[in-house]
Design a protein around this ligand. Sequence first.
Ligand code: GCO
Ligand code: MN
Ligand code: MN
Length: 388
Amino acid sequence: MSGDRYAPTREDRFTFGLWTVGNVGRDPFGEPTRPTLDPVDTVHALSDLGAWGVNFHDDDLVPRGAPAAERDRIVRRFREALDATGMVVPMATTNLFADPAFKDGAFTSADARVRAYALQKTMRAMDLGVELGARTYVFWGGREGSEVDGAGKLLDGLGWYRDALNYLADYAEAQGYDLRFALEPKPNEPRGDLFLPTVGSLLGFIATLDRPERFGVNPEFAHEAMAGLSFPHALAQAIDAGKLFHVDLNDQKMARFDQDLRFGAENAKTALFTVALLEKRYDGPKHFDAHALRTEDARGVWAFAAGCMRTYKILAEKARRLEEDDELRQAIAAYRMPDAELEGLMRFSPENASALKDRSLPLDELRTRGPGLERIDQMVTEVLLGVR
Ligand code: GCO
Ligand code: MN
Ligand code: MN
């Protein structure tokens, strides 16, 4: 692959979850179309493709209920694969959605015994993640939500969620774990409505936690798209708040079931602005939380994984090209219209406020001037389409 400028390297920090390339193609209507992958083989295959790391849910690596000796054997084999390849585990997470015990929520179950089980499972999963080197811990509340609000847990649910996150932050502190927590929002699926459905909701919630500095967000492209929202806008808000701790990249047609498409497969322009923001303001792992289409065999799975990384790098090159395009730069400069004097008046002081109140502004021009956005967007489109 040498000489291919889109070939991924370790420096790109691309990661995949065991559950992503390991997705067996089960859906609500059909059985698996692919066999289960051995995590050790996955580490080797991803390493050969140029990925930097691999992430897992506790149960992806160690089957639920495995005896201690079995756990240790699995972890040893996995660590050997990491050592042999140089792959890392930057992130780990807990499966709080598959066990039927979590059918009406984990941290937000109305049953205290389920909440206790969720905490117990998460503490063990945190131990496992830290043991393998994870520095980011993701919380995706897959079952934290409801279909029936008549049972009255809307407010209690949020309180229980907060209690659980506070407890786990205390646990991390007490254990001396160097772990940052990244909360991942999703609007629905598998629950009818999930609690804390968007990046904005989570940013508001984090401010109510006991140790807000430990918490950030893990936005996912498809999750914002499912809600009809813009992923780059969500990313920008997370970056602005200093809370972009992790990112899940994939693609999604709007207003559909959760598709987890290959990154860049569907919304190329949105993916371009996503990459442009990440390249500028994010240096964490770029995690592809997607899976191969159910139609695919093993070859299709690795083509999917390679495609996610390749498309990211192509878009990173396009983003650089946009920055270097003189005509586009001039159009953007003309769009911005800075005004040093007015900007001075817009810094508050009683004098500036009184001067600004009396200041006459060229409203006729403001009402009629076109900012040139059509031209800007056409230039971006032509770069994206490869003719500029
Ligand atoms: C989904 C989610 C999950 C989480 C994962 C990490 O839609 O199923 O995106 O893939 O990201 O559980 O916690
Ligand atoms: Mn998802
Ligand atoms: Mn995700």
